[in-house]
Design a protein around this ligand. Structure first.
Ligand code: MRU
Length: 391
């Protein structure tokens, strides 16, 4: 069985396009796909984190509007009206979550596609919608191939730049272990994953001996989702709570070749917003002499944001910190109705930022689909990555 967060079927003579997403609030206990038929459905699913992960939310937003286009009469309008309606709908769904740049990047690119399509003298609404749908569907396809390329570049870099990697390529007995945070795998993308794609790629190359995933409090993407993917792929792995990372690095020494994480937005100077707890891991990596790598497609690099200070960090409901939800477990291990329990003193104030910003100084490399960017004279320069990029 292939793990798939997003299932999309294009429109055909049989009917409108369909989009179904795996409801990640129910994982790992229940695999339930829910239909997304409109931008309102996508907005709610993204906001509630039924789908999450920077690439996945951008793709779901784009495809939800593609589905909407095939279910409504947008294409019977004039080219200008179709363009305006598509741009208005994209603007709506863009507001669902603020930190991941992939969503606003997709919205900008798709808005450009329809603006260009509508500027042709012979264009009608149908032509504009057609171009929109083709571009949205392309995002789904490209994401998987981009992730496989990220995995390959990351695995090669780790093999060449770490003691564990060099030892493994010489077939020496040393372990090669990777620690990752949050969920960056098939559930956060169209497939394969970014940081988890690097782990998959190292495993496929016969280099990885073990993966560690952190629980990722408070939303537990690590214990619920990454652990689920690692078990699914039969990759030898161990779950640790976030607070165990320092002890883990102290115990494992150079066996941990690198900490590899994803990103929601990489600023032009390399400062990186990612799941809360990423910054602490980067500090620990520096202290223990472990490489710290960010794996992300170019769509996550935001040259328009000069540094981390300008990144808007989403703050979420305090109940994500004070409560835990999960199925009740019967005496013989059977799963019963989900229950929510409180784990904090009533009345305490809570701060719940969903992301933090890791300073570029602590990052050894940014693994993209076109290669690994390292600092030159202490400075990241991502501009050359975009020289060959087409809209
Ligand atoms: O709040 P989430 O679960 O959407 O946060 C996800 C992350 O922080 C991931 O590391 C990031 O989006 C990269 S996913 C390939």
């Amino acid at each position: 069985m292939v793990l798939q967060a997003i299932k999309y079927t294009p429109a055909s003579s049989a009917g409108a396009a369909t989009l179904n997403i795996l409801d990640q609030l129910l994982l790992p206990h229940q695999s339930l796909y829910i239909p997304i038929s409109s931008c309102e459905d996508a907005f709610d699913a993204i906001k509630q984190m039924k789908v999450r992960g920077a690439p996945a939310i951008a793709i779901v937003a784009a495809l939800a509007l593609a589905v909407e286009c095939t279910r409504t009469n947008i294409s019977s309008r004039s080219a200008a009206e179709a363009r305006d309606q598509i741009i208005e709908r994209l603007g709506y769904v863009k507001k669902s979550r603020p930190t991941a740049v992939n969503l606003s990047d997709a919205v900008n690119k798709l808005s450009n596609v329809v603006t260009k399509a509508a500027s042709s003298d012979v264009a009608d609404g149908q032509a504009v919608v057609h171009k929109y749908i083709a571009a949205a569907e392309r995002m789904l396809i490209d994401d998987v191939s981009d992730n496989k390329a990220i995995g390959a570049h990351g695995a090669k870099w780790i093999a060449e730049h770490t003691a564990a990697g060099q030892s493994k390529t010489r077939n020496a007995a040393q372990e090669l272990k990777i620690l990752t945070h949050c969920n960056t795998g098939s559930l956060a993308t169209a497939g394969y994953g970014t940081a988890l794609g690097v782990i998959r790629s190292l495993r496929e190359a016969g280099l990885l001996t073990h993966a560690f995933c952190s629980e990722t409090r408070p939303y537990n993407q690590g214990s619920r989702l990454t652990a689920y993917e690692l078990v699914h792929d039969q990759i030898p792995a161990t779950l640790v709570t976030d607070s165990m990372a320092a002890s883990l690095l102290a115990r494992e020494g150079t066996n941990v070749a690198a900490i590899v994480v994803g990103a929601d937005r990489v600023a032009a100077n390399g400062d990186t917003a990612n799941k809360i707890g990423t910054y602490s891991l980067a500090v620990l990596a520096r202290h223990h002499g472990v490489k710290f790598l960010v794996a992300a497609p170019r769509t996550t690099i935001d040259l328009g944001t000069p540094s981390g200070e300008a990144i808007v960090i989403e703050e979420r409901d305090q109940q994500e910190v004070t409560r835990i939800k999960g199925p009740q477990i019967g005496s013989n291990g059977d799963l019963r109705e989900p229950a929510t329990i409180s784990t904090a003193a009533m009345g305490i104030n809570v701060w719940n930022p969903a992301f933090d910003v890791t300073p570029a100084d602590l990052i050894d490399g940014v693994i993209t689909e076109v290669g690994v960017v390292e600092k030159q004279n202490g400075v990241f320069n991502f501009e050359p990555l975009f020289a060959s990029m087409t809209e």
